[in-house]
Design a protein around this ligand. Structure first.
Ligand code: XIL
Length: 491
């Protein structure tokens, strides 16, 4: 799906854009994106990051969430998903059964929306998943194809999906869940046709379709050293020996409260020692419901241990949570009587586990980062008790203006290092941004959000970045500008 990133590149290249085709109109997601400015955002005036993504970035890690595109019209959900996480995985939208339930008829809507969401929020995209025995279309599962036919079907699927999103995807789960619990190879429509060889073929086909994505194999109950993870270890070792283009192993880590494998870190490390990247891909920690304070505290500690294990392994690049809140988690539907597995509760309030993960990544400071009215919340830009600006300095210059139009250049100097940024400001009532460069723009009412593009995502401490735009309003005074939710001084 090249629309979103192409548009961003075109803007970054300085192309003068007219109308709304590439710029985009304020959608529910855009509104939520603006809302996110008032929700958890980094605060450069404190030494500790107060979002998961900023804290994780200080450790050189990403922190992700499974994203349910059906919830993108919920502004609370999108504010947290966009503001707290630096990576998104499609919970279902990129699975074969979602994309091509009828042969040859593709439904790209959910996957495209996810990629656009990630683009707007400066997030990585973790592609999930190309070849999996589950959530397959019926026509693949029950087609009784010859191996030659099935080979063509799988190759075409990978070429079509990985090809479409080439350039948008940072990592792909090329194959998912190919092992039985005892470490033997799982029976599936693919293994029946090809034995184990479909794994290597799928990696080669994905590399051909998207040379830049890092390619992963992913599984569950492989979190500690056990028969199943031994099977995984043998397979990836043989793939590496055969020169198959595999870059990493995903450990789903769908965990049960109180069942943290003692060998968790050692297991990550043995795969890392093969030269592979490792990622915690689908973390949740479920318990019998209803929860209580004691179990939520125990859960927080288990989350901390998982994150700490990743941080202790150099090649562990990130941790993805399987869903934002207990409300949208898959657990109660699949494990009756269990739930409360995520970082946020049913009302999107952060649980003790949230604080534990934030602290494990080295962040902290805001006891309730989702409460915009919290007078002690330093991320609330309207809060008069907040410390004076100082973390960023901005210059907003109208470089040319005429009746009904102007060009503006904005320069922002940041005191602290950034890995992804959003600058927000208000235009005069009724004015619209009509084009721009070096940022991706969205607008909700008069509030404009300019988000980083790929090439200016990372800014060092004391560094300056700039962007510019055209609008349909004439000369106007410089508005207040906020960087990641913090008001900037003018300079
Ligand atoms: C789950 C989703 O969360 C559910 O919404 C869906 O009904 C079933 O799949 N391992 C995986 C994920 O790799 O794709 C699964 O996601 C959870 C287990």
């Amino acid at each position: 799906m090249r629309l979103a990133r192409r548009a961003a590149v075109a803007i970054a290249a300085g192309a003068l854009l007219s109308g709304t085709a590439a710029y985009g109109t304020a959608s529910a997601g855009d509104t939520a994106s603006a809302t996110a400015q008032h929700l958890p955002q980094p605060w450069a005036g404190t030494s500790q990051a107060d979002t998961l993504r900023d804290a994780a970035a200080t450790q050189g890690r990403f922190v992700g969430t499974a994203l349910n595109d059906g919830l993108l019209n919920n502004p609370t959900y999108t504010a947290i998903a966009g503001g707290e996480f630096s990576s998104v995985t499609a919970e279902n939208a990129m699975k074969w059964g979602s994309l091509e339930s009828t042969r040859g008829q593709y439904n790209w809507g959910g996957a495209d929306r996810l990629v656009e969401f990630a683009d707007r929020h400066g997030q990585q995209v973790y592609g999930h998943t190309l070849v999996w025995h589950s959530q397959l279309p019926g026509w693949v599962e029950n087609g009784n194809f010859s191996p030659t036919e099935l080979r063509g079907i799988v190759d075409n699927h990978i070429a079509t999906v990985a090809g479409r999103y080439a350039g948008d995807i940072d990592r792909w789960d090329v194959v998912n869940e190919v092992f039985n619990e005892d470490g033997t190879f799982r029976d599936s429509v693919f293994s029946r046709a090809f034995g184990e060889s479909f794994v290597a073929d799928a990696f080669r086909a994905t590399r051909a379709a998207d040379p830049d994505a890092r390619l992963f194999i992913n599984d569950y109950n492989t979190d500690g050293i056990n028969a199943k993870s031994d099977g995984m270890y043998r397979l990836v070792s043989s793939l590496l020996d055969a020169g198959v283009p595999i870059d990493g192993v995903g450990f789903q880590s769908h965990m049960i409260l109180g069942q943290m494998p003692a060998s968790y870190q050692a297991n990550l490390q043995r795969f890392a020692d093969l030269g592979l990247e490792v990622v915690i891909t689908e973390l949740d920690i479920r318990m019998n419901t209803p929860s209580d304070a004691g179990r939520l505290a125990q859960q927080a500690e288990q989350y901390r241990q998982v994150v700490q294990a990743c941080l202790n392994v150099d090649r562990c690049s990130g941790v993805t949570m399987w869903g934002v809140s207990d409300r949208d988690s898959w657990i109660p539907g699949v494990f009756p009587g269990e739930g409360a597995a995520n970082l946020y509760d049913e009302d999107y309030r952060p649980k003790p586990a949230y604080g534990a993960v934030l602290a494990a990544f080295g962040g902290g400071g805001d006891p309730d980062p989702t409460d915009p009215t919290d007078p002690t919340d330093p991320s609330d830009p309207t809060d008069p008790t907040d410390p004076a600006p100082g973390g960023c300095t901005v210059s907003y210059r109208v470089t040319s203006a005429w009746p009904g139009g102007s060009v503006v250049e904005v320069g922002v100097t940041t005191a602290t290092a950034l890995d992804g940024w959003q600058a927000t400001f208000a235009l005069p009532a009724g004015a619209r941004v009509t084009g721009g460069w070096n940022a991706t723009f969205s607008q909700s009412g008069s509030t404009v959000t300019a988000a980083n593009v790929a090439h200016n995502r990372a800014v060092g401490a004391g560094g300056t970045f700039g962007f510019g735009f055209q609008s349909d309003t004439g000369a106007h005074g410089a508005p207040a500008v906020s960087l990641n939710g913090e008001r900037c001084a003018t300079g």
